[in-house]
Design a binder for this molecule. Structure first.
Ligand code: HT7
Ligand code: ZN
Length: 900
């Protein structure tokens, strides 16, 4: 289909005020009766009524009780006669059927594990019934579900349960009413054989609520953490933003077949099982953290997304960027407070959360911004909206909101949120409306005075580059810092105008002192701060600091205060100063990563075979940190992680993924060898005793112990030692929690130990009935560092494993996505076999589930930047996919953009 453009927005020609939906649920043929109260939008001239519909059979259309004629045009059902009706309300009744069991796209109404589930965002409601399926049409829904009582004992929809009854034919019914007007994408129903964990809570405001987490029988013991996360989310949103739960009942339902992580349907969130089910035996620390954050994210949407929704899909970041920001803040506050007592103690743990978020941004969003799918946070056009649920809209969008908070302060931002709800509660609005509310609540702030320029963050694609160079005048005690904005990374889309960049900075002396930041012209007698926020809004800014008694090392972009690529030109000496002394833990981590990156880049860029030799300065610095008993274990773990391939690739042109992988592996092997004694000490010092708890302190210790074990096994592979692989194998057998068991298995698999095979077999046997654990088993093998083509061959062979299925999105991702996008060193091959594998899978998937296929297709976004022979292999594979005549719009948009 043709592209939809943001500038073409027009308000809907008809409003839908109420919807009564009746469902006779049957997997083969579900009957839907859809009775709507409509009104013409009298701001527009009278025109035919157009309703979206996809893969439906319509049986009857009645207007005010009378049959009317209709036609089908471009995926819509068109009724011409209503334009002759008076502008007042009229009733439209549509009867149609759909086939849930044949719905392999998992969009609309589908079956999974013997139950019925829905997914309506972005445009799935039109696959259930005919409707103006756009977010600015908000209606009040009443839904009646009828289904077999034994097979589907639980019948759920949005809002409150108003009626339940037995029917004579072995069926039963339930009627639900949602008093809040909502867009169709927030509609949901579930009919299945489920059980629920329940919890009654009383909120701060004194209202009682029932919280429920529905899962399949047998999974109830894995719902405690999801429920605890939900309760914490309710408490946090009320405390931090004054936003209470507005429903008597809030339900979460887990389903095994799901295209994404979860969905915020009003009062009835539907979740991928991956983000609900957790027990110490089946879920890792990372899974526990993921559940907390996704449960929070969907819950927070109740205000930012549901109460105030998007006017059109170009505004997606209005709800997604803001809600990611909110879930990041929630997870960080759960680690420890930002202000008041306990804040100092929590600072490093909070920084680790920020480090993890920034790592994710750099690994997925920065590459997106530099590839064929680069788009602004508020895109200008799309063919298939599902392709724009991207790291740019989500994670970069969250950075944009974070910058707003940085510019107006935490309290100012909370005031802005309050104003946003005062102005827009119950409406469908735009990103501009949000930014305006935050600015208007903070008149005179750094945001308000530059609002128009700041909004370029919504409009311009690409990651801005920022260059910083300093000049030190020892005699005058003066340091001059010149900051220049460069072109953004987005291919063919130069940065059109300078961005507003909040730059948090400090100056650090070689002896570790934080130097006072007195700008030229400021009162020399007044105390100067040790950290400042400078707002850059020009192509070039010069800052002059005076009164310094020592040469400073600039610590810029503290806490990653803006999503830019910073080039500060620091050498090893400067980076070592920051690594050791910076008051900002984020920049300490950054300095360590920059040192590692410089070594990787040098090895990859050098002529001839990759030969990386780590120097004493770097090894000593890493050893000192690893042995520093006062340093936080999670922080050490993050500093000692070798930068990801995507992060290295961002600095290279062309990109040779195999050389990058080789350099990374060599670096890991040398860290394993040269820090052997320190890894032994880290292993001993970070054992976690007592029952498993997923708190950040014990998770940090487990992370570092797991890294130590991996390093010791890697080194054992080089020295022929059998003790450490033996210990790891024992752990796979004995560990009482998945974090430690999986880390041990990974240590064996990643080091290509002989014991890897029996360990994999044991692990599989032990967890054969836990789908989410078997996903990990597939993923771990697909992500192993390549050696002589063995990892690729294994991944290919795993396609034929009886547990593998392309139909289940989690399983497909665990093997295909892990190999193709998570393991560039194994995927890119001189014989092009990886690209052939990719094209075959994308085509196979596209026939069943285009949304998922399109996500897999994104692997090739940056094929143009690849070095030969990988580039030609990739181009050929993309062209082969593009040449398929009946390709979905989803995949076609991705591959067409890749070839443009
Ligand atoms: N708002 C949701 C986004 C979404 C989605 C979820 C599940 C399956 C398909 C989907 N398409 C879009 C999830 C969120 O961001 O909270
Ligand atoms: Zn979301």
């Amino acid at each position: 289909s043709a592209a939809v453009r943001r500038e073409d927005y027009v308000a809907p020609a008809y409003w839908v005020r109420t919807v009564e939906l009746g469902f006779d649920l049957d997997p083969a043929k579900t009957r839907v009766v859809n009775r709507m109260q409509l009104e013409r939008n009298d701001a527009l001239p009278p025109q035919p009524l157009r309703l979206d519909g996809e893969d439906l059979d319509v049986t009857r259309v009645l207007v005010n009780g009378d049959s009317v004629s209709f036609r089908h045009e471009a995926g819509q059902l068109v009724i011409d006669s209503v334009q002759n009706l008076p502008a007042g309300p009229f009733t439209l009744e549509i009867r149609n059927t759909c086939a849930p069991e044949r719905n392999t796209q998992l969009s609309g109404l589908y079956t999974s594990g013997g139950g019925f589930f829905t997914q309506c965002e972005a445009q799935g409601f039109r696959r259930i019934t005919y409707f103006p399926d756009r977010p600015d049409v908000m209606a009040v829904y009443t839904v009646t579900l009828r289904a077999d009582r034994v097979r589907y004992p639980v019948l759920l929809s949005n809002g409150n349960l108003v009626e339940q009854a037995e029917l004579p034919d072995g069926r039963h019914l339930a009627t639900w009413h949602d008093p809040f007007p909502k867009p169709s994408y927030l509609f949901a129903l579930v009919a299945a054989d489920l059980v629920a964990r329940e919890q009654r809570i009383r909120s701060r405001s004194g209202r009682d609520h029932l919280l429920q987490v529905y899962v399949r029988r047998g999974d109830l013991d894995k719902t405690e953490h999801a429920m605890a996360s939900l309760i914490a989310s309710v408490v946090w949103d009320e405390a931090r933003f004054g936003l209470p739960l507005d429903l008597e009942r809030f339900m979460i339902v887990a389903v095994g077949d799901f295209n994404m992580g979860a969905m915020e349907n009003k009062g009835l969130n539907i979740f991928n099982t991956k983000y609900v089910l957790a027990s110490p035996a089946t879920a890792t620390d990372e899974d526990f953290a993921g559940i907390e954050s996704v449960v929070g994210h969907e819950y927070f949407h109740n205000w930012t997304g549901n109460r105030i929704t998007c006017r059109d899909w170009f505004q997606l970041s209005l709800k997604e960027g803001l809600t990611v920001f909110r879930d990041q803040e929630f997870s960080m506050d759960m680690v420890g407070p930002a202000e008041g007592p306990g804040a100092a103690a929590a600072a490093t743990a909070r920084a680790v959360k920020r480090i993890d978020d920034v790592r994710a941004l750099r690994q997925v969003q920065f590459p997106e911004d530099a590839g064929s799918m680069a788009h602004p946070v508020r895109p200008d056009e799309y063919v298939e909206i599902n392709n724009f649920y991207t790291p740019t809209v989500y994670e970069k969008g969250a950075e944009v909101v974070r910058m707003m908070q940085t510019l107006v302060g935490r309290d100012g931002f909370a005031r802005g949120m309050t104003l946003y709800f005062e102005r827009h509660d119950g409406q469908a609005v735009t990103c501009d409306d949000f930014a305006q509310a935050i600015a208007d609540a903070n008149p005179g702030s750094a945001l308000a005075v530059r609002l128009e320029a700041f909004k370029r963050w919504y409009a311009q694609a690409g990651t801005p580059r920022l260059q910083a160079r300093g000049a030190w005048d020892a005699a005058a005690g003066r340091y001059t810092l010149t900051l220049q904005q460069g072109e953004a990374t987005a291919a063919g889309r130069p940065l059109r105008a300078p961005m507003v960049i909040p730059l948090a900075l400090g100056l650090v002396a070689a002896d570790g002192r934080a130097l006072p930041l007195r700008l030229a012209g400021e009162d020399a007698g007044a105390p100067a701060p040790l950290e400042r926020l400078v707002v850059l809004d020009a192509r070039e800014t010069t800052l002059v600091f005076e009164g310094l008694d020592a040469a400073p090392v600039p610590s810029l972009l503290r806490g990653f205060s803006a999503p830019v690529l910073l080039d500060d030109g620091l050498d090893d000496a400067g980076l070592l100063t920051l690594l050791r002394h910076d008051a900002d833990p984020f920049n300490r981590w950054e300095a360590g990563q920059r040192m590692a990156l410089a070594r990787l880049l040098a090895a990859v860029r050098a002529e001839g075979p990759v030969a990386l030799t780590l120097d004493e300065a770097y090894v000593d610095a890493m050893r000192a940190l690893l042995d520093d008993a006062s340093a936080d274990p999670a922080f050490k773990d993050r500093v000692l992680a070798v930068p990801a391939s995507a992060v290295v690739a961002a600095h290279l042109s062309p990109v040779d993924p195999v050389r990058i992988d080789e350099a990374r592996q060599q670096m890991n092997r040398q860290l394993a060898r040269r820090l052997h004694e320190a890894w032994l000490r880290a292993w001993d010092a970070n054992r976690v005793d007592g029952p498993y708890r997923p708190d950040p302190v014990s998770a940090g210790r487990r992370a570092l112990a797991g890294r130590a074990l991996a390093m010791l096994c890697l080194d054992a592979q080089a020295t022929g030692d059998t003790v450490w692989p033996g210990r790891a194998y024992q752990r796979v057998k004995d560990a009482d929690n998945m974090t430690e068991g999986l880390a041990a298995l990974r240590a064996l698999v990643d080091s290509h130990a002989e014991l890897a095979e029996p360990a994999l077999a044991r692990f599989h046997q032990r967890h054969a009935h836990e789908a989410l654990v078997i996903d990990k088993w597939f993923m771990l093998q697909a992500l192993a560092p390549e050696r002589d083509g063995r990892v690729f061959a294994r991944a290919k062979a795993l396609l034929k494993h009886p547990d593998f299925s392309l139909r289940n999105p989690n399983r497909a991702r665990s093997l295909i996505e892990a190999l193709c996008s998570g393991n560039p060193g194994a995927f890119h091959r001189a014989d092009a076999a990886g690209c052939v594998f990719w094209a075959d899978r994308v085509l196979e998937l596209d026939a069943a589930n285009p949304q998922l296929a399109a996500r897999m297709a994104r692997v090739m976004d940056r094929w143009r930047q690849l070095a030969e022979p990988y580039r030609s292999a990739a181009r050929e594979a993309v062209a082969r996919v593009a040449a398929k005549p009946d390709l979905s719009d989803d995949v076609r948009e991705i591959v067409t953009r890749a070839l443009e």
